[in-house]
Design a binder for this molecule. Structure first.
Ligand SMILES: Cc1ncc(COP(=O)(O)O)c(C=O)c1O
Length: 408
C-alpha cells in the first residue's frame, strides 16, 4: 500500500513537472564544475546555482584550515555540545561571531548550530512559547515556516512585505510575547527585507525581531557582517541567525542575540541539544573563513560580486526588453540572487534544460518552493565568476527559443 501510494504521488509530481532530481558533482563547488553525465561520462558546466557567493567553498586557505583542524581534532565531535562534544574550536568561533555581531546586537552572545534549518527550528520552538505570537513574512524560508508550525505559539503570516498588515496584526495581538520573523534576503527572490521599518514596528509593539540572514551574512555590510550592518541597525531586540554554508563556504549556522536568548536556546532548543555537535575541524575552518570574509580579500570579493551583479542585471533587463513575448521577469534584487521568473513549471524546466545543453547549470525552482505560476531560474552569482561567464549566460539565454517566442 505504501509503495503504491508513493508511486502514485511520484507520477503526479512528474505530470505536473514537479519532479526533483539530484545531480552528482565530480569536482569541488566552483563556477566551472564537472558533473556526472550518462554512462560513466562527465561534463563540465558553468554553475549559476550555488550559494557560494564569495567563492570560498573551495578556497585553499579554508581547505588547509579544515585539514589542519582534522589533524588537531580528528574527524568527529563525538557527542552533542551539552554532553562531551563542545570544543575549544567551537568556543573560539562562537567568540569571534559574537564579537563580529556585537556592534549591531549589543553584548551579543553567539551559539553554533549544525545547520540554519536547525537554528531556525530551535529559535522558533524555544522562543515561541504558549504565551507568544509569531508574525512571519509569507515568503520566509521553509525552516522558519516549520519552526513556527512546531512552536506552541500561534503563527500568523503576513503577505510578503506588507508592513501595514503586520502593523494591524501586532496592534490586535493579545499575547505578551511577540516575535516578528523574516528572511533578511529572501532566498528565492533576492530582495532585502525592510529591516529598519520592521525594527521600528517591533519597538512600537514591544516585539522582538528574528532575522534569518542566510543569504546576507558574508555578502552584505562593509565587512560582510550581514544585513544589520548593511542598514546600520542596533538593538537589543534583534535576534540574528546567519548561516555558514553559503557565503562562508563551509557548513553550519549561528545565532547571535542577547545572552539570555542564547542561554534559553542552550537550555531548551531541541535541535541544539539532541544532536551531535559539528566536527570541531569545521569550526576551525570557519574561523579561517571569517578571517577572509572580514579582511581585505572579503572586501575585494564583495566588490567583484557587486560588479558582476550590476552587469548581469543590465544584460538581463536588455534581453527582456528585446523579447517581451517571452514573458520573463527579472526580480527586483540588488543581491547576488537574480531570479528570472518564467511562470509555468514546464517552461522553467525547458529553459533550464536548454541552458544545460549549452553547458550552463541554472536550477529551475518550482512550487512549493515558490508560489504557483512563478516558476523561475534562480540565477546566483559568485565572486569567483568572471564577466565572460556572465556574458556566456546571457548569450545562451538570448539564444533560447521558448514556444511563445517561436510564434511571435
Ligand atoms: C533563508 C534560509 N534560511 C535558512 C536556510 C537553511 O540553512 P542551512 O542550509 O544551513 O540549513 C536556508 C538554506 O537554504 C535559507 O535559504
Amino acid at each position: 500500500m505504501l509503495l503504491a501510494h508513493l508511486t502514485r504521488r511520484r507520477l503526479e509530481r512528474e505530470a505536473a513537472a514537479l519532479l526533483r532530481r539530484r545531480r552528482i558533482a565530480a569536482s569541488p563547488c566552483a563556477p566551472l564544475q564537472t558533473v556526472e553525465s550518462g554512462e560513466s561520462g562527465t561534463r563540465r558546466l558553468l554553475n549559476f546555482g550555488s550559494n557560494d557567493y564569495l567563492g570560498l567553498a573551495s578556497h585553499p586557505d579554508i581547505a588547509a584550515a579544515l585539514a589542519e583542524g582534522a589533524q588537531r581534532w580528528g574527524a568527529g565531535s563525538g557527542a552533542s555540545h551539552l554532553v562531551t562534544g563542545h570544543s575549544q574550536a567551537h568556543a573560539r568561533l562562537e567568540g569571534e561571531l559574537a564579537q563580529l555581531l556585537s556592534p549591531w546586537v549589543p553584548d551579543a552572545a553567539a551559539l553554533l548550530f549544525c545547520s540554519g534549518f536547525m537554528a531556525n527550528l530551535a529559535l522558533l520552538t524555544t522562543l515561541g512559547a504558549e504565551q507568544a505570537a509569531i508574525f512571519a513574512d509569507k515568503l520566509n524560508h521553509a525552516s522558519l515556516v516549520d519552526g513556527g508550525l512546531l512552536a506552541a505559539a500561534r503563527m500568523r503570516r503576513y503577505p510578503h512585505g506588507r508592513l501595514d498588515l503586520l502593523d494591524a496584526m501586532l496592534r490586535d495581538c493579545e499575547q505578551p510575547i511577540r516575535l516578528i520573523v523574516t528572511d533578511a534576503v529572501f532566498s528565492m527572490d533576492g530582495d532585502v527585507a525592510p529591516l529598519p521599518e520592521l525594527l521600528a514596528l517591533a519597538e512600537r509593539h514591544d516585539a522582538w525581531l528574528i532575522i534569518d540572514d542566510a543569504h546576507g551574512f558574508g555578502v552584505l555590510g562593509a565587512n560582510g557582517e550581514g544585513a544589520l550592518a548593511h542598514f546600520g541597525l542596533r538593538s537589543e531586540r534583534l535576534i540574528y541567525m546567519g548561516t555558514l554554508g553559503k557565503a562562508a563556504g563551509v557548513a553550519g549556522a549561528f545565532v547571535a542575540a542577547h545572552p539570555a536568548v542564547v542561554d534559553a536556546l542552550v537550555q531548551g532548543g531541541r535541535s541544539y541539544i539532541y544532536t551531535t555537535a559539528m566536527p570541531p575541524a569545521l569550526a576551525h575552518a570557519l574561523s579561517a573563513s571569517l578571517k577572509l570574509i572580514t579582511g581585505e580579500e572579503g572586501v575585494a570579493r564583495r566588490q567583484r560580486l557587486a560588479t558582476l551583479t550590476a552587469a548581469l542585471r543590465e544584460r538581463l533587463s536588455a534581453l527582456i526588453a528585446r523579447h517581451p513575448g517571452r514573458g520573463w521577469q527579472l526580480a527586483d534584487s540588488v543581491t547576488p540572487i537574480q531570479p528570472l521568473i518564467v511562470g509555468d513549471n514546464a517552461a522553467a524546466l525547458a529553459l533550464a534544460s536548454a541552458l544545460d545543453a549549452a553547458g550552463l547549470w541554472v536550477p529551475a525552482i518550482r512550487p512549493p518552493t515558490v508560489p504557483a505560476n512563478t516558476a523561475r531560474l534562480r540565477i546566483t552569482l559568485s565572486a569567483a565568476h568572471t564577466l565572460d561567464d556572465v556574458e556566456r549566460l546571457c548569450g545562451a539565454l538570448a539564444a533560447c527559443r521558448p514556444e511563445a517566442d517561436r510564434h511571435a
